[in-house]
Structures are given as C-alpha cells and as structure tokens.
Design a protein around this ligand. Structure first.
Ligand code: GRG
Length: 292
C-alpha cells in the first residue's frame, strides 16, 4: 500500500471508531454534534498514522492500536477547537469547514473540546489496548505531551510572544512543545503498545522530533505561500496575529532549507529498519512537500 492509500485507510478506521464512540443521538445531542463536527470534518490524520506505523515496525498491527490512535486524534482535535476560539486565534475556518464556535457557539466549542480531552484518556485506558503498565505509560505520554511541559506550555508562550521579537531558538522551544510534543507522543504510544525497547524508542523519538519541527516550519511556510481554499483554514493568519515564524526569522529559503535538513535527519534515524520503515520515510517526504 502506498502512503496516500495507507493514510486513507488509517483515516477511515479511526473515523469509524469516532462514529461508534460518539453516537449522534447521545445526550446532550448538541454536544455530540459539535464533537462529531470537529472529529469527522476531515484532517490528514497524521498523528494516528504515526502511532500505527510506529507500532507496525515492532509488531503486527492489531485492531486495538487504532483505538489508541483515535484517542490521540481526539486530543489533537480538541486542541484545534480551542486554538480556533475567539480568545486564541479567532479563526472561522478549519479543515474546510466552519469552526466549532462558528457553527455551534463559543460555549459549546469550549465544552466539546473539554469532552474530547477527557474522553481521550478514557479510551486510552480501555483494558484490551495493552497491559496495565503499557496503558499507564501511554496515558503519561499523552498527558505530558499536552500539559504545561508540552502543548499548553508551547501555546502559552506562543501567545505571550505575539508581537515581540524572538530568536530562532526561542521559536524552536515553542514549537517543539506546541506541535512537536503530540507528534512525538503519537510515535511513543504506538511503540509502547507494541512492546518496543529503549533503543527503538530513542531512535524513533529522534525521527518524530525532526519531522515535528519540519512540520511546523512547513506550516509557517504554507501560511505565507498557501491559499485559504487549499489550506482549509485562513492563509496569512500568522501575519495577522504578528506571530514570529520561521520564514520571518530565517526567510522563506532559509526556512525551506531547515525543513529539508530536518527531513534528512528524520529519515537517517529510520535506516536501521530498512524497507519496514518505507512508509515512515514517505511520510517525512510528504510532510515536507504537502500543500495543506
Ligand atoms: C491541552 C491539547 C491541549 C491544548 C490546549 C489550544 C492549545 C492548548 C494548543 C494549540 C495547539 C495547536 C493547535 C497547535 C497547532 C498544531 C498544528 C500545526 C495543527 C495542524 O495540524 P494538521 O496539519 O491538521 O495535522 P489536520 O487538520 O490535518 O489534522
């Protein structure tokens, strides 16, 4: 299966799980509708894919790993709902659809995000996902990735530094937490449930770290060079919020060069796995060349 088909396959499996986990008729139906709107509006499903692919390097893929992958995507979707709120980025469009606070209401968007975050941890604790120890490790990886040392901390600094000059290292420190931490946790959780040892975990953490940074650099580049229709979210929003970005600090060519070199580093970390890692290799290339 090539990368595009594999991404589509992962997407359809986690979407089927969302449909079951959050039935449209579950009370309160307005809350379920808002959660479903956010979860089922599309999205590249990169984090679930990373989780499943990391797992498959170590063990044959089982159905249960898709549930862990779905839990990760629920946290990601939560972060997007809250990130779009008027108090944060105040965006009207996400994944080509009206954002949750626009389609429903601000209070519903806050609560739908809260519900997805809580539910993600419940899903990750389901007994058939793995041993108790594996589930505790996975919960910890996810909690750390989205807590004050991860996504929330990165987001906090991102806001705090709006309109202020930032060095390349400071920008990196923001993005390693805001975007990179969840990508790294996706790989870490896949490996944890597959029973990987410390060497594999370390190697693949480096892969995830590098693609995480490259991902954010490309995101910043697309914000400058992309258009709203292709991105499915407003282009130029970083400029509007006076945010420090890689193209702003390093220029478009400098930023492209950094993303290229990080992608090469990420792929080098996969070399011990040979052909088995071909799709993770292809993912690194895709993240570099993506248009949305
Ligand atoms: C506690 C998890 C948590 C978050 C609260 C709002 C917030 C704090 C953090 C915001 C984090 C955030 C939205 C970072 C941006 C990451 C990013 C570039 C998202 C876009 O990811 P893609 O391109 O999107 O994978 P799709 O739509 O394809 O899923």
């Amino acid at each position: 299966m090539n990368l595009a088909d594999a991404l589509t396959d992962t997407a359809s499996k986690v979407e089927a799980l969302f449909d079951t986990l959050i039935p449209a008729d579950r009370e309160p139906v307005e809350l379920s509708a808002a959660m479903r709107h956010a979860l089922l509006a599309g999205g590249k499903r990169i984090r679930p894919y990373l989780c499943v692919e990391a797992y498959s390097l170590i063990a044959p893929v089982s159905d249960s790993i898709y549930l862990a992958a779905a839990a990760i995507e629920m946290v990601h979707t939560f972060s997007l709902i809250h990130d779009d709120l008027p108090a944060l980025d105040n965006d009207d469009l996400r994944r080509g659809q009206p954002t949750v606070h626009v389609k429903f209401s601000e209070s519903t968007a806050i609560l739908a995000g809260d519900a997805l975050l809580a539910m993600a941890f419940d899903v990750l604790c389901q007994p058939h996902l793995g041993t108790a120890e594996q589930r505790i490790d996975a919960v910890r990886l996810l909690a750390t990735a989205c807590g004050p040392a991860g996504m929330v901390g990165g987001q906090m600094d991102d806001i705090a530094y709006e309109g202020k000059p930032l060095s390349g290292d400071q920008l990196k420190h923001i993005h390693v937490r805001k975007t990179g931490a969840l990508l790294e946790a996706s790989v870490g959780i896949g490996l944890t449930f597959a029973g990987a040892g410390p060497e594999d975990k370390e190697r693949l953490a480096h892969y995830a770290h590098c693609i995480g940074l490259a991902f954010q650099i490309v995101d910043d580049i697309l914000d400058v060079t992309g258009d709203t229709a292709t991105l499915g979210k407003p282009a130029g929003s970083d400029l509007g919020l006076d945010k420090a970005t890689y193209p702003k600090i390093f220029g478009l060519d400098g930023a492209r060069q950094m993303a290229l070199s990080l992608t090469a580093d990420a792929k080098a970390a996969l070399s011990p796995y040979g052909e088995k890692a071909s799709r993770l290799n292809a993912l690194a290339d895709y993240l570099l060349t993506r248009s949305h």
